[in-house]
Design a protein. Structure first.
Length: 365
């Protein structure tokens, strides 16, 4: 049985490292031989996620330069496990000294303390830090390249909502190129400006904001996924919930669909250019846990970051007394703007895994 550090069945990603340790890294096992791959292919997505790019994210400065240690030869994958590392350079562990005993409300400090009986690495959140999403992106960038080249699958995620500010209408494919045109990763320029201001205002007050990411994946062939416990929704959701701060996922019409009649929510089938499609996509591209050929669409809800500068009530687990805690250090006032490449990576890993399981992608390209 796989531990909590690994995900996938045919394409297995194993994450290692801690936020303030020497490095964070990934082993991707099961990638087919023959995929053209260099560090540049991985670095492009890492650069979209890395910290310190603007005031709406943490001011920790990390280059996040990836090194491929194994699994490639002469610019191609060999079929062997691909090991990748990023060396941490800008840790300030003294900022976390009091968090050994004073638990941040809303954070994993307390549960990690209880589970690992004081042996957990508390510095920067250790294994529970958002820094570990860099390991998702290392492996996911390879999976994204694999499914694009072999099956034509493209996945794009963007910021749909920050706090109460949301995109007024659906984003079409032509606008995907605008996702990374601003610091909040929202393709609607006017909405992005309002989102940025709201995050900066929260930061100024010593507070934080949550939000919603929308993910759309196109050109997915019908037939990926398994019934019951191997459903595509189940596996995508499991992957997405590995991102710290994620508290909800809904596919297609999601919770809104629960308010409709079946006649309103069902997607009528039709033929277009000789292919079976649906006129609407309330299913989010998945029926019975299996892809139906329509775009896979879902939304991801992120809670506000728990590390804030405002004083909060908590406890000191050593003295067993109530205390007031003000969290120091460098933290994201909103984690959402750095999340789209992470969501894309995890969707890509899940779809690549299912494509290998189904035989849609062969072990040697």
């Amino acid at each position: 049985m796989l531990t909590g550090n690994s995900i996938g069945r045919r394409l297995v990603l194993t994450s290692f490292g801690e936020s303030h340790g020497r490095c964070v890294g990934t082993i991707l096992d099961g990638c087919p031989a023959g995929l053209d791959l260099t560090e540049k292919d991985i670095q492009k997505m890492l650069d979209l996620r890395k910290p310190g790019q603007s005031l709406v994210s943490t001011q920790r400065k990390e280059d996040d330069k990836v090194e491929i240690i194994s699994g490639t030869f002469r610019g191609s994958t060999t079929g062997a496990p691909i090991t990748m590392v990023i060396w941490n350079k800008d840790q300030k562990s003294t900022d976390y000294e009091k968090l050994k005993t004073e638990m941040r409300p809303g954070h994993s400090d307390y549960t990690a303390f209880v589970k690992y009986k004081k042996f957990n690495d508390h510095r920067g959140g250790g294994r529970f830090s958002g820094r570990l999403t860099a390991t998702h992106v290392m492996g996911g960038s390879i999976a994204r390249k694999l499914i694009k080249e072999q099956l034509g699958i493209e996945t794009n995620s963007y910021t749909q909502q920050i706090g109460k500010i949301k995109v007024a209408k659906e984003i079409d494919k032509k606008m995907y190129k605008l996702i990374y045109s601003n610091v909040v990763r929202c393709p609607s320029k006017n909405t992005a400006t309002k989102m940025e201001k709201s995050i900066l205002n929260a930061r100024k007050k010593g507070d934080s904001l949550g939000g919603i990411i929308k993910s759309v994946t196109i050109n997915v062939p019908p037939g990926l996924g398994e019934p019951i416990f191997g459903s595509l929704e189940s596996d995508i959701s499991k992957a997405i919930f590995s991102i710290p701060a994620v508290k909800g996922v809904d596919f297609g019409s999601g919770f809104a669909g629960s308010e409709r009649f079946g006649s309103e929510n069902n997607d009528p089938f039709t033929i277009k250019n000789g292919k079976v499609i649906t006129k609407t996509n309330n299913s989010g591209g998945i029926l019975g846990g299996i892809s139906n050929g329509m775009p896979i669409t879902f939304r991801v809800a992120f809670k506000p970051a728990s590390s804030i500068a405002k004083y909060q009530d908590t406890v000191n687990v050593k003295t067993k007394k109530n205390v007031k805690l003000q969290v120091g250090g460098r933290h994201d006032p909103c984690v959402v703007p750095r999340a789209p490449p992470v969501v894309d990576s995890l969707v890509s890993l899940t779809l690549a895994d299912h494509a290998l399981l189904s035989g849609s992608i062969k072990p040697v390209l």
